[in-house]
Design a protein around this ligand. Structure first.
Ligand SMILES: Cc1cc2nc3c(=O)[nH]c(=O)nc-3n(C[C@H](O)[C@H](O)[C@H](O)COP(=O)(O)OP(=O)(O)OC[C@H]3O[C@@H](n4cnc5c(N)ncnc54)[C@H](O)[C@@H]3O)c2cc1C
Length: 394
């Protein structure tokens, strides 16, 4: 293992792309320019070609067929060296594992390799302008017409919508079904057909990264339907277990720029409070220790979750709370980093007097993204309350 770790570390050192001359997005949710996209896509392709992505996925579809521990080593080395993230996050982390878990042989042959190589970028069409948390209310229609489905309606907050070739799409095939769940179907839908239009949406940071997606009589072949008509809800729920990290099987690689408590300790050394470095203030030291302990606790929880005997009392507790804990931690950490800067906390990216070029300010705003995307913190808290703690629904 040590030998492999050394080999990976050396490869990453030698092959990491040069620093770009543009502002790097912090995650796949902020990839908004062609320069950013091409840079990241090229990086993912090279990591894949080196054999360091999808290492546990079956060989016959382009994966490595190796044990998880190998991919773990790569992921840890990537984080340690702070290399760029993989842009095809939706493909690598939820569409791909889903297709491998329940897809047909033809679907696996058609989609998996392109996901790994970043040739085929994937996006997710779940949320609609009027239906986000209440996913079962999705009203985008898919009507069968011979060998095709005709799509009409609109999805919103489609991350990577601008660059995606395929969408995992939840649409209503039967508005008269016995329940609203039974009327939904799931599609692996091409984006490059007539009648699909994407409109980029600008974020509070000024960045782009998601779109509103319109379907106007867009026709897709019937074999885009995953599973059977009416199985959309079940498949969407399974997708969310991959998205929220409750099920394993992700292809690996980093999916966002890491910000850690150690970075905030460094900031506290240089940020000044009453003429002295902030780190000399005992109250600040106390809070820093709190963040460091929480971060380490979270890391150890991740390791613990892999040992069933240590989680037998509440097996779902760690995986089901992971998204809530991780995303809220990042948001609070960024908020604290800004508070350390005093009045300078109001400076923005590009301001010559901003700490670290305003990185923390941008990270703070972007940190909200992950507390909302994939299910808001309130919805995640409900899930933990009901399914882990057994609390009543109301
Ligand atoms: C950066 C970003 C990227 C995204 N990318 C995608 C994407 O690629 N594809 C996609 O389909 N969607 C995407 N989304 C959309 C995201 O999944 C939804 O925004 C989210 O599910 C919430 O839905 P909503 O915005 O309609 O808010 P609403 O559902 O209207 O919620 C509004 C508020 O009410 C609260 N609330 C709602 N229901 C409950 C409840 N039952 N109990 C307690 N509180 C509740 C929510 O927590 C929230 O605070 C993205 C969002 C963001 C911010």
């Amino acid at each position: 293992m040590d030998e492999f770790r050394a080999e990976v570390a050396a490869w990453l050192r030698e092959n990491r792309p040069p620093e770009p001359d543009f502002l790097m997005p912090e995650s796949f949710m902020e990839v908004g320019t062609d320069a950013q996209f091409n840079y990241l896509r090229d990086w993912q392709r090279r990591v894949f070609e080196a054999g360091y992505l999808g290492m546990t996925w079956p060989k016959e579809y382009g994966g490595g067929g190796q044990p998880q521990v190998m991919q773990d080593i790569v992921n840890i080395e990537m984080a340690r060296q702070n290399v760029p993230f993989m842009p095809n996050t939706i493909g690598l982390n939820w569409a791909g594992p889903l297709i491998l878990a329940i897809g047909t042989e033809a679907e696996k042959q058609k989609y998996i390799r392109g996901i790994l190589s970043a040739e085929d970028i994937w996006c997710q069409g779940f949320s609609e302008p009027d239906n986000g948390s209440d996913l079962a209310a999705a009203s985008t229609r898919a009507v069968r017409d011979g060998d095709e489905y005709v799509l009409n309606g609109s999805k919103i907050w489609t991350s990577l919508g601008t660059y995606a070739k395929y969408m995992i799409l939840l649409a209503r095939t039967n508005p008269d079904a016995a329940s609203r769940y039974a009327g939904l179907s799931y599609f692996l839908a091409p984006m490059d057909v007539a009648g699909v239009e994407v409109q980029p949406i600008r974020k509070i940071t000024g960045e782009y990264g998601f779109t509103q997606t319109f379907f106007r009589d867009a026709r897709v072949p019937v074999d885009c339907l995953m599973g059977k008509e009416g199985e959309g809800w079940k498949i969407a729920m399974q997708t969310l277990t991959f998205e929220r990290g409750a099920s394993g099987g992700q292809a690996g690689g980093l999916s966002m720029v890491a910000v850690s408590a150690a970075d905030v300790v460094e900031l506290a050394r240089s940020a000044m409070r009453d003429g002295r470095p902030a780190i000399e203030d005992p109250l600040i030291r106390d809070q820093l220790i709190g963040f460091l302990v929480e971060e380490q606790g979270d890391r150890l929880c991740g390791a613990r979750a892999r040992i069933p005997a240590l989680c037998s009392e509440r097996p779902g507790a760690i995986p089901m709370s992971g998204k809530l804990r991780g995303t809220e931690f990042r948001r609070r950490l960024c908020q604290f980093a800004i508070s350390l800067q005093g009045a300078n906390g109001a400076r923005w990216v590009g301001d010559a007097h901003a700490y670290a070029d305003g990185l923390w300010q941008r990270s703070y705003f972007n940190a909200f993204s992950a507390t909302i995307g994939g299910g808001t913190s309130q919805v995640q808290a409900n899930i933990v309350g009901e399914r882990v703690l057994g609390l009543p629904k109301d």
